[in-house]
Design a protein around this ligand. Structure first.
Ligand code: CDP
Length: 218
């Protein structure tokens, strides 16, 4: 079974997808972590994030895997917490807009899903473009939305810095703009996705709603 959870930055996709995967015994596929990992390697190597060819080369060559807990490994080394840093936040959307980078990541995402399905399981894939491009025939598509303010407050709280909510709001809006307006695979809500507005829902309520949908389609 393939479940794809899409939506803008900090709409609650990761939390919902991770818990859903563990509840249903499926593999959690954090596609955002993959774009973040490529960005981290690019920054570490001093490569310019606007150099499409160099970014694409890194994306094609870097070895990305997920450990048993769904945490990303870059060349066998833990990608957390480096991939969540401020520098990566600032540059990830520019890197993710390069078509060559996206092609390499989508190939890897489909390979991971195929392996899970062949082994009798499946994936809960999370990220912008998972419902529209990566898994257009997913068994269940969910599009999570929340207002920019709520998303910023959640993200700031998650990072233990509630006083930074204003700054996070600016970063999220900036990334929403880049992600929605890019030429290749912009953030899109597909007609066959179930939309859930999470503004007034707790993480448990979101999880329960998606679990019910998934069980009904299994
Ligand atoms: O959790 P948050 O929404 O902050 O970000 P993320 O899911 O870790 O993704 C970080 C960035 O990677 C996004 O702002 C997008 O620019 C890019 N991304 C993408 O282009 N396609 C995906 N499938 C996932 C992430």
């Amino acid at each position: 079974m393939i479940i794809a959870i899409d939506g803008p930055a900090a709409s609650g996709k990761s939390t919902a997808a991770r818990s859903l995967a563990s509840r249903l015994g499926l593999t959690f596929l954090d596609t955002g972590a993959m774009y973040r990992a490529v960005t981290l390697v690019i920054l570490d190597r001093g490569i310019s994030t606007s150099d499409e060819f160099a970014c694409k080369t890194v994306a094609s060559d870097v070895r990305l895997e997920f450990d048993g807990e769904g945490k990303i490994l870059i060349g066998g080394m833990p990608g957390e917490p480096g991939i969540r840093g401020q520098e990566v936040n600032l540059h990830v959307s520019e890197v993710a807009a390069h078509s060559g980078v996206r092609r390499a990541m989508v190939r890897l995402q489909r390979r991971i899903a195929d392996q899970s399905v062949e082994a009798g399981g499946g994936v809960v894939a999370e990220g912008r473009d998972t419902t529209s491009v990566v898994f257009p025939t997913a068994d269940l598509k969910v599009f999570l939305i929340a207002s920019p303010r709520v998303r910023a407050e959640r993200r700031a709280k998650e990072e233990g810095r509630p006083e930074l909510a204003d700054e996070y709001e600016k970063d999220l809006k900036r990334r929403d703009d880049i992600d929605s307006s890019r030429a290749d695979s912009p953030l899109t809500e597909t007609d066959d996705a179930v939309r859930i507005d999470t503004d007034k829902l707790s993480p448990e309520e979101v999880l329960d709603a998606i679990t019910d949908l998934a069980r009904a389609r299994r």
